[in-house]
Design a protein around this ligand. Structure first.
Ligand SMILES: Cc1ncc(COP(=O)(O)O)c(C=O)c1O
Length: 246
């Protein structure tokens, strides 16, 4: 977690080589954006409506029948997901409060929790995800109401949760009246597998979904989003966990 000199290559960075980025498309999009009105106007606080729609549509496309897809208004556009991690940990856990974290985990998430004074409680995870019984026990013993995890292509292990494990973890999170903070940082990196977000199976506000484009567009164009669904008028991530007893 130390700063590195500008001429050093830090192996903990998750950014792909520049040759793998869609350079021509990015340059063309930047030129178009520079000519457009948005380049010089103040965007709405939740982000450009077109971006909100794009993120909502992407998650909606993997939402199964019977589950309500997200609305564009459920999306807040962020300057990279790192800033989202800090805000979510501070807003939903807070200083001195416990946060369950899949272990091993992303150094930036550990840093974000540390900066907010949030107490990390590690939950061991394996090639197909964390053990649901162990997760349930960790919720009970710590009193935590937040579980940070990367179900697809986890940094640093590359693990991907099995379909069965996704359902089991979601069941535990719902039963505990808690939130899963799903960090979908490498969504576009799938080669032989499909990165279906856990968030696509939840329309009850128990998954706070973070989707970043910085790895697949350009590290200097920081665009990410947090998507959190909650039925209108019911408790949601903006006000606290659904079954919180405070
Ligand atoms: C797991 C994970 N989450 C979040 C981030 C931060 O992404 P962003 O570039 O959107 O801030 C990274 C960056 O490497 C990451 O590896």
């Amino acid at each position: 977690m130390r700063n590195v000199a500008n001429d050093a290559i830090s192996f903990h960075s998750g950014y792909p080589d520049r040759e793998l980025l869609p350079e021509r498309l990015v340059r063309a999009a930047l030129a178009r954006a520079a000519r457009g009105g948005a380049a010089l106007s103040r965007p709405p606080a939740a982000g450009l409506p077109e971006l909100q729609s794009w993120f909502a549509h992407e998650l909606g496309a993997s939402t199964p029948a019977g589950t309500t897809p997200p609305n564009p208004s459920d999306v807040v556009v962020l300057p990279g997901s790192q800033s989202g991690l800090s805000s979510i940990f501070s807003a939903l856990a807070g200083r001195g409060q416990p946060l369950l974290m899949e272990s091993p985990s992303y150094w930036g998430a550990i840093l974000a929790a540390g900066q907010g004074g949030v107490r990390i409680v590690p939950v061991p995870s394996g090639p197909v995800g964390p053990d649901p019984a162990e997760l349930a026990r960790a919720f009970d013993e710590s009193g935590a109401r937040l579980f940070y995890a990367q179900p697809n292509y986890a940094n640093p292990t590359g693990a991907q949760w099995s379909a069965e494990r996704r359902e089991q973890v979601l069941d535990v999170v719902r039963a505990k009246g808690a939130f899963l903070v799903e960090d979908d940082w490498a969504h576009d990196f799938g080669i032989t597998s499909d990165p279906v977000p856990v968030a696509s199976r939840d329309d009850s506000g128990h998954v706070v979904y973070l989707r970043s484009l910085t790895k697949s567009v350009s590290p200097s164009i920081r665009v990410a989003a947090v998507i959190a669904r909650g039925r209108r008028g019911s408790a949601s991530w903006r006000t606290g966990p659904p079954n919180r007893c405070t």
